[in-house]
Design a protein around this ligand. Sequence first.
Ligand SMILES: *Cc1c(COP(=O)(O)O)cnc(C)c1O
Length: 468
Amino acid sequence: MKYVSTRGQAPSLDFQGVTLAGLASDGGLYVPEVWPQFTADEIAGMAGLPYAQLAQKIMLPFVGDCLTSERLLELCEKAYGRFAHAAVVPLKQLDETQWVLELFHGPTLAFKDVALQLLGLLFEEFLARGDDHLTIVGATSGDTGSAAIDAVAGRAKVDIFMLHPHGRVSDVQRRQMTTVIAPNVYNIAIDGSFDDAQATVKRMFNDAAITGRFGIAAVNSINWARLMAQVVYYFYAALQLGAPGRKVAFSVPTGNFGDVFAGYVAAKMGLPIERLIVATNVNDILHRALSTGDYSASTVTATAAPSMDIQVSSNFERLLFDGCGRDGAALAEQMRTFEATKAVQLTNAQRESSAALFSSERADAGDMANAMRWAYEMCGEVLDPHTAIALHAARVATNIPAGVPIVTLATAHPAKFVDAVERATGLRPGLPARVGDLFDREERCDHLTGGYDEIAAYVTSRATARNG
Ligand SMILES: *Cc1c(COP(=O)(O)O)cnc(C)c1O
């Protein structure tokens, strides 16, 4: 399998290449040259497989000959063996229509573990083949940081620099990053929003002074391997609900458009998905883009669902690429306009192709709290704020035919956002025992103002050069 850049100018890479890369050298994101397809019979044959075996089957076409199928299965078994639930991602029923898929049983209590536990093993596997040293630079709205740090802390040949917006992540989220004391882990709090942190990271990926010296890699969902790992649970849930014989809809709490893009990939591979509902909070750029074609960023409002407090959704570029017939030059022009003016209009072709599968809903703080209360009082399910936003979107959606189950992706454990959960339900969910004495541990974190030069100097003075 070859991977091409959405902006059409970067060299194509194989799976190992895209896993170890950051942005493509033309500023674009890597996507598979073609979407692999499964027939309905092949999908039916996957019913009942344990999670790791299903993951191997779904991912093998993307991995190509970079791993044998046996090795891929070993890595999947190791990654998903760290989950605290035998089903890895259990599916629960709320009422006749509504279901939730619990993706938060990994080590750091959010769905990011599903992809990052595997990505950490892929880094190790591929780095063992050469002399390269990897420098991971990432931005986090809270959950990517802890999941990525857990996945690589203490590993050889890799350092991780993780930027988070100071004061805008929950206490549990911050402590899950800053209490990991390992020589290869650097936490940086910056003044500003997640978008500012993400812009810094993207600039670093395009900074020849840095990429010339260091092997810079991404753990954000600009990394293709992350999205690939997330495709699996769409199949897993749909198979349990009768796919391929029956269609299923999904509602996805969306920030950087990675998780819901994985659903789009599942549909491209042949999974019969009725609809993907993109749920946003008041930071609703994606809702506006999908409903009116207006992709324009405004300022970020901090909410109780910080992982959705995003205005620039990196992976939307991957959808726009398919929506313009994979015309890299046209997309590069469109993205340059967006980067310069923070606003761009979708073309008719982009609007029509996205409308065939996606719809969107926006939830404010009241909608979120009501959905959380409904799930708790009517169904005994305690949801985190992100999941509650998507459940709200699932319940108000009017375009899902009767009889089609709607699966809301439960992206975080409620104990990660305990104050918001208590405000809505009166309940204070406790942290699972596996996270240990989080609040007694020492924290290590540097606070920088967020200026690019300062952050670049910080990384340059601490990172290990490519062949070091
Ligand atoms: C990261 C995250 C999201 C958003 O996922 P994207 O792939 O960025 O759209 C939603 N909920 C939680 C809890 C998250 O950590």
